[in-house]
Design a protein around this ligand. Structure first.
Ligand SMILES: C=C(O[C@@H]1C=C(C(=O)O)C=C[C@H]1O)C(=O)O
Length: 409
């Protein structure tokens, strides 16, 4: 298998400490960016030392792990920093649907990292000369329907409710897409900068044209510890602090949202139990308050039993019922039947892995696939037997707001 592009073999990977970059995203040159940034820390990267299209199918995560084993195994690694994310890393985006094409892994040539007060720079092979051209905003943006119009999508939600009431399944997450066309080519760096400023508590990501700020951490793997932030159940922000608290309290007390959340937590517990020596799952969710919406959230923590890498954990978890449904297989059938679209990387795992197997992966939500002047935006909602199509459409609009604001500024 030939994997390395344009680098001397075996590639020399060098990580050195550097002065703190104030703003990781501002350091991205004019090249397709890779990013994973949360509260100012994380990784930004550019250039391609190696890239692979991961073949679709049930074994795709295993295939990816073997490919990474070859690429990282060949490298001479000279790492003076030794933290998760130092040394060589790969960024990846996997399609939601295991049978869809479009999953990709990239080992960038240059990675700039920042974590717990330390910063580092990793280069693979010869460091390229980077063009620091400033990013230009995309200008005026117009929107059009994606696969389904709003009324068609509401109809799909109503059909899902019927399927749930008939007993075919318990929960299904239905999404829709919107197509945005900008005046000029969309520079993902502009979106990353706006997203990271507006949503510092989310994970601002970029990989192979998929750009967004997701609140949902699928898994963070640090040594033997893993952590996941499970989200499901959504309400709005109130206009006043009191209104805000009332919305949050109503969400917390809503049997429909609590049930929807419980489905997501159960799917995560079920996926992680076989991998973990210890696993702690809170009895009750907490509220995650974001600028656009509030979610029910459960922080799950565990210790791995035997040396699984972050991709092994991703493989076991995806798709959780936060983006698929319950039971998973039936939910996937219903999604294919009712959405009528290929989700691409939306609602799939996105993140990074290093040569130790550490890494951070999110569920790619509040995102868009960018190509030239066009962006395809995605948003979805958990549908239960008590769901109302109109409210679900309003919820999806609130979720679209993240990327609309990033595009419009
Ligand atoms: C599916 C999305 O979000 C998911 C669905 C949620 C819900 O229905 O309450 C909440 C958080 C996410 O797990 C999305 O943002 O597109």
């Amino acid at each position: 298998m030939s994997v390395a592009l344009g680098i001397t073999r075996p590639p020399l990977v060098r990580t050195v400490p550097v002065h703190h970059p104030e703003d990781l995203i501002a350091r991205l040159p004019q090249a397709p960016p890779y990013a994973w940034v949360h509260q100012g820390e994380g990784l930004v990267a550019w250039g391609e030392a190696a890239r692979v299209a991961v073949p679709p199918g049930a074994g795709r995560f295993d295939w990816a792990r073997r490919w990474l084993g070859t690429v990282f195994g060949e490298a001479h690694i000279d790492d003076d920093v030794h933290v998760p994310g130092s040394g060589p890393v790969a960024f990846g985006s996997f399609t939601f649907d295991p049978d869809a094409a479009g999953s990709v892994l990239v080992v960038p040539r240059v990675v700039l990292g920042r974590r717990n007060g330390r910063a580092w720079l990793t280069t693979v092979g010869e460091a390229p000369i980077d063009l620091m051209a400033p990013a230009t905003p995309p200008g005026r943006v117009v929107y059009g329907d994606g696969t389904l119009t709003a009324p068609e999508w509401q109809h799909a939600v109503a059909r899902a409710v019927k399927e749930i009431r008939s007993g075919r399944l318990e929960k299904v997450v239905l999404a829709r897409d919107l197509v945005a066309t900008a005046e000029r080519d969309i520079d993902p760096r502009v979106l990353l900068d706006r997203l990271a400023r507006a949503y510092p508590d989310c994970y601002t990501f970029s990989c192979a044209g998929l750009v967004g700020a997701t609140p949902e951490l699928l898994v963070r793997h640090t040594g033997e510890s893993i952590e996941s932030l499970v989200l499901a159940g959504t309400t709005y922000r109130g206009a006043t602090p009191a209104g805000d608290r009332a919305q949050g309290a109503a969400l917390f007390a809503s049997p429909k949202d609590r049930h929807e959340h419980a489905c997501a937590v159960a799917s995560v517990r079920e996926a992680l139990t076989p991998l973990c020596a210890t696993l702690s799952v809170p009895d009750e969710p907490e509220l995650l308050v974001l600028p656009n919406v509030q979610h029910l959230a459960s922080r799950v923590r565990g210790r791995l039993a035997d040396g699984a890498s972050v991709l092994d954990v991703v493989a076991a978890m995806h798709p959780t019922a936060a983006v698929g449904g319950t039971p998973t297989a039936v939910a996937l059938e219903v999604i294919r039947e009712l959405e009528g679209m290929d989700r691409g990387g939306y609602a799939g795992p996105v993140g990074w892995i290093d040569a130790r197997g550490d890494g951070e992966w999110g569920i790619a939500l509040r995102c868009a696939q960018i190509e030239g002047r066009r962006a395809r935006l995605f948003a979805g909602c958990g549908i239960m037997g008590g769901s109302d199509p109109e409210s679900e459409l309003t919820e999806a609009q609130a979720k679209f707001r993240v990327m609309r604001q990033a595009l419009e500024g």
